[in-house]
Ligand binder design. Sequence first.
Ligand SMILES: Cc1cc2nc3c(=O)[nH]c(=O)nc-3n(C[C@H](O)[C@H](O)[C@H](O)COP(=O)(O)OP(=O)(O)OC[C@H]3O[C@@H](n4cnc5c(N)ncnc54)[C@H](O)[C@@H]3O)c2cc1C
Length: 84
Amino acid sequence: MVPFEQAPFYAVRVIPSTMGTIGGVRTNDKFQVLRADGSVIKGLYAGGETANRPFYRRVYTSGTGLGLAYTSGRIAGENAAQEK
Ligand SMILES: Cc1cc2nc3c(=O)[nH]c(=O)nc-3n(C[C@H](O)[C@H](O)[C@H](O)COP(=O)(O)OP(=O)(O)OC[C@H]3O[C@@H](n4cnc5c(N)ncnc54)[C@H](O)[C@@H]3O)c2cc1C
């Protein structure tokens, strides 16, 4: 750490953001949310960063978030529409 003593001084506004969860709730291949014991919670689906299962507990790989969001959303939506 060193002091800033000579003008001019400049400032930037920083807004923190997250690139991804690398986690979220656990789901099966239909993106149905699972309980801790692995059983399905009927009627509850999750996709995108709420269920970043493919990369769970791994290092974030740039460019993977949108593909997962689109794909999981489509699969979850199709299965939710068919559920009785
Ligand atoms: C700076 C940055 C750069 C990135 N670059 C890339 C990249 O180059 N390639 C890539 O693949 N991924 C990238 N990502 C990651 C990617 O953007 C995310 O993984 C993806 O957008 C997640 O999609 P999502 O639908 O899960 O969530 P989001 O896109 O966050 O969508 C969630 C939506 O829910 C809405 N919402 C929240 N609460 C409520 C509520 N109570 N009621 C109704 N709506 C609500 C929000 O407004 C939002 O529109 C980047 C992320 C960041 C932050």
